[in-house]
Structure formats: C-alpha cells, structure tokens
Design a protein around this ligand. Structure first.
Ligand code: EPZ
Length: 456
C-alpha cells in the first residue's frame, strides 16, 4: 500500500531499511499481474459497455493508467482491487503528455482508440532506464491495417485512411515478438474488417489474458499464446467481468528470495506453467519445488551457480533477470547471466559489486563467481526490477541495507515490504527527515515500523 501525497517527490526520499541475513517462512498471496491489468484497462476503450476488472493490483502504474482513461472521459470507479470502467462517454482522443510520460503501457491505448474512433493521438513513450524502447513494430503493424501515421513533435497521430472509418484485416509478421506491439495490434484488429494474422507474435501469459477478456467481449481471437495469432474482426464489442491473472513476476521474485535465504515458503495463487522457466532454473540451482494446483512450495537448500539467458516467453523472463542475478551472487560456483531483450538492463550489477559480489560485466553478460556473503549498504534502485533485486540483496547481506528509489518499486509490487515482513523479514519503510504533514500522507501510525498506508 502506498501513501499518495500531492507531491510525488516524497517517494524519492523514502527508503526500505532491511536487516540482513533474514529468513522467509509461511505463505504469501500473489497479487494480480501488473502487465496484464494495464493492457486490460487499455482494452476497455474498445467497448461502450461496462467492464469490471477483478484482482487488480494497487500500484502507481495502475493509478496512472486509470487517470489517463479518466482524462479521456472514461467513467472509472476504483474499488480497491476491483475497477469498474464505462467508456461510453469518451470525448477526447488525445492522451495528455503529462499523464502518459513515464507509463509506456499507455501507448498501448493507440490500437484501441484508433480502431474504435478512427483516430488517436498518443505521445511517443520514449526510452526509459532499461533501453530505448522503440515502437516501430506498433507503427508498422497499424499502417499495415490501414492507418495513416504521422509523428509530429513527439506525438504519434494515427488516422484511418479508408472512407468506412474501419481498419482492414491483413497478414502481419513482427520482426521481434514484441509484447506491446502484439497487444496493440490485437486490439486494433479486433474491430477491423476481415481477418488479421500476426506471425512471430509474443506468447506471454498477459497476452493470453488480454485475448481471453476480448473474446468474452465478443471478439474472435484464436491461438493466443502461439506464434501465429488469428483475429477475425467484429463490428462491436460488449462489456464483461474479468479477473486478472496472478503476477508471475511477483511470484518469481518471492521464489528467488526464498531460494536466496534457504527458506521454505508457499506462494499462491499462481498459474504454475507461467513460471516453468523460473522454477526449472531454481530446481537446477538446488531448490526443491513442489507444485500443487495453484500454489508452489519452495524449499531453498544449497545454491548452485547456473547460467541464464533471458528470452521471450516461454523462456526465462527478462523481468526476473535482476532478482536472479542477486541470488547468483552467493551461489556455490560460477554463473553467467545474459540479458538478450533490453540493451540496458544491468543497472543493478555495479551496486551488487559494491556489496562484495564478484561479477565481471561485459556488455549484457554478467560472469558471476559466488561469494560467501555480501555486505549491507545504502542502495538506489534505478528501475522496477533492479529495485526488487537490491531488496533481495539486502535480505541476503550481512548487516543493514537501505534501498532508495521506491518510486520504481511501487510501480510494480503491491505491498511488497508488508508481504516480506509477514514472511519474517525485518524490513521497514522509512521517510526522510523532512516530516510529512498528515494531510500530505494519510498514515495510521508513526512511520517507524511497517505501516499499512491507506491510499489517500
Ligand atoms: C513488456 O514491455 C512489459 N511491460 C515489460 O515489463 C517486459 O519486460 C517486456 O514486455 C518484455 O517481456 C508491459 O507489459 C507494460 P517488448 P514492452 O515490446 O511491450 C523491442 C516490467 O518490468 N521492440 O516486448 O515494451 C524492444 O526494444 C516491464 O514490468 C522493438 O524493437 O516490451 C525490446 O528489445 C519492463 N520495436 C524487445 O522488443 C517495437 O516496436 C522487447 O520489447 C517494440 C519492441
């Protein structure tokens, strides 16, 4: 839970204080998937009827996407982990820069807006800390479907060329299995005239979740999760209620934390197949994994060094590369971690080395020699998943660590420190010396211990 204050800068001054060499024990509830909920919110623009999303995680990214939809004229009611969306009164087709900036997923609205209204204006998402994040696959696919695309002053202006104000189904082959481009094009093609096929489509579970919801709304999408997806456009999409799938990246983060501390925990709900690449690697590295229905039990034992190459699903997820690297710093033996998806996703390496890890970095390949232990220190996360990695490193380390940069962490992990505390980790969210007035931040108690902050 986060305290939302008028001035977002407070997050830069907060830190998580972690007492090292901790152990995890017990069960932890996995939240709904951030990367599914975000695209499902965008997909709600495709219908005039009510969409009810359940199991939505409370995250700053979700809050930002909700604000963007409201700015378009969408009636959005946020009821804790349930969001009700009514898009019949959309009046604006241009996403505002100040709201879009910093939320790449907002760009995925372009396919829905274009397909439904015949036009859309969305600011370029731009790069971020992990890479340049191009959108050429989105643009080329929309053009193939019959859109005219102009990019002027950092705004992507899309318009349907044909008189009928409809996109036309066609065969698209992606140069790389981009998750976002696949999602953008599925949403655009769902209301197009005729059949669209997307070859070399991304197969991530979040895409399968999107297609499941769209089909509930009346879309005709086949083979989601396979390399070639087929979409037969329909005239109209209706409303539905949809439960967001569990977050496989949050789940994997907890499994890695348990392995790193030779702990035994159970995580649920999960969809085990979504985590197969991760549980296989953890077993190869020496952890005992037991799968029962929608829960996974891990018993961390010795940690052997293993090699990881990140890859599109069903390969090892790039979003768990940094947390797994933290685990490998104290493995017995050597490991090699290769990041193949993003060009700048090794920001955590230099800090792990400062903590005493033995790592040689050559471009996107980290060669790690396991050490007995690493030492706690002040750390600053620079993106969502490197922040999670640094928290795992703090839990492993000898001594106390303070992890800053929580504005990244709060984007993608719901109640992260509360869940870790409930599993037995001594961790507390601290505020900087500048006292926050109560009106700035509704808190139940003094910010000494873990505080369950109500979202303002
Ligand atoms: C999604 O980002 C996720 N974000 C990312 O999660 C995740 O890391 C990524 O997929 C890969 O799994 C959301 O779903 C909101 P991509 P996306 O398009 O769609 C290249 C997290 O931590 N590419 O699959 O932006 C691109 O440069 C975040 O939760 C093009 O070349 O990722 C990258 O190298 C981080 N042209 C590769 O594809 C394009 O038009 C994968 O990017 C688009 C992408």
């Amino acid at each position: 839970m986060i305290c939302v204050s008028k001035k977002k800068s407070y997050l830069k001054s907060q830190n998580l204080k972690i007492f090292g060499q901790g152990k995890l024990n017990g069960r932890v509830k996995i939240s709904g998937a951030k990367n599914s909920a975000l695209v499902l919110l965008a997909a709600s623009l495709l219908t005039n009827e009510r969409i009810i999303l359940e199991n939505v995680p409370r995250l700053t990214d979700i809050e930002k996407m909700g604000n963007i939809l409201k700015n378009l004229g969408v009636n959005l009611v946020d009821k804790n982990n349930k969001i009700e969306i009514d898009s019949k009164n959309i009046s604006v087709k241009e996403l505002p820069y100040e709201l879009v900036n910093g939320l790449r997923a907002s760009f995925f609205c372009i396919g829905a807006l274009l397909s439904k209204f015949g036009e859309a204006k969305v600011p370029l998402p731009g790069g971020c800390n992990i890479g340049s994040r191009p959108i050429d696959e989105h643009i080329n696919g929309l053009k193939a479907l019959g859109a005219e695309i102009l990019i002027e002053e950092e705004i992507v202006k899309a318009k349907i060329k044909g008189k009928k104000n409809k996109l036309y189904g066609t065969d698209i082959k992606l140069k790389c299995p981009s998750v976002g481009a696949t999602e953008t094009l599925i949403m655009a093609a769902s209301l197009a005239e005729g059949r669209t096929t997307i070859e070399n489509a991304a197969r991530e579970p979040e895409i399968q979740d999107l297609c499941q919801m769209l089909n509930k709304m009346g879309a005709k999408i086949y083979d989601a999760g396979k390399e070639k997806i087929i979409i037969d456009g329909v005239n109209k999409l209706g409303g539905c209620t949809h439960k967001v799938i569990p977050d496989r990246i949050e789940a994997g983060t907890f499994l890695i934390a348990a392995a790193a501390t030779s702990s035994s925990i159970t995580i649920s709900p999960v969809i085990p197949i979504h985590l197969e690449a991760v549980t296989n690697k953890l077993q190869e590295s020496g952890s005992k994994i037991t799968i029962k229905g929608n829960s996974i039990k891990i018993k961390g034992k010795e940690i052997k060094g293993v090699d990881i190459d990140t890859a599109p699903y069903p390969g090892f997820p790039t979003d768990l590369q940094a947390p797994f690297t933290a685990l490998m710093t104290i493995a017995n033996g050597e490991s090699r971690i290769t990041e193949t998806i993003f060009e700048n996703r090794m920001n955590h390496i230099h800090l792990l080395k400062k903590m005493g890890a033995s790592i040689k970095l050559n471009k996107n390949v980290a060669y790690i020699k396991g050490v007995k232990t690493i030492k706690g220190m002040d750390l600053v996360g620079s993106d969502l998943r490197s922040s999670a990695a640094l928290i795992i490193a703090g839990i492993i380390a000898k001594g106390i660590s303070k992890v800053y940069g929580l504005e990244h962490l709060d984007r993608g992990y719901e109640n992260f420190e509360s869940k870790l505390k409930m599993l037995g980790i001594k961790i507390a969210r601290e505020f900087n010396k500048r006292t926050l007035t109560r009106s700035e931040c509704k808190i139940d108690s003094e910010p000494k211990e873990i505080i369950d902050l109500r979202v303002a």
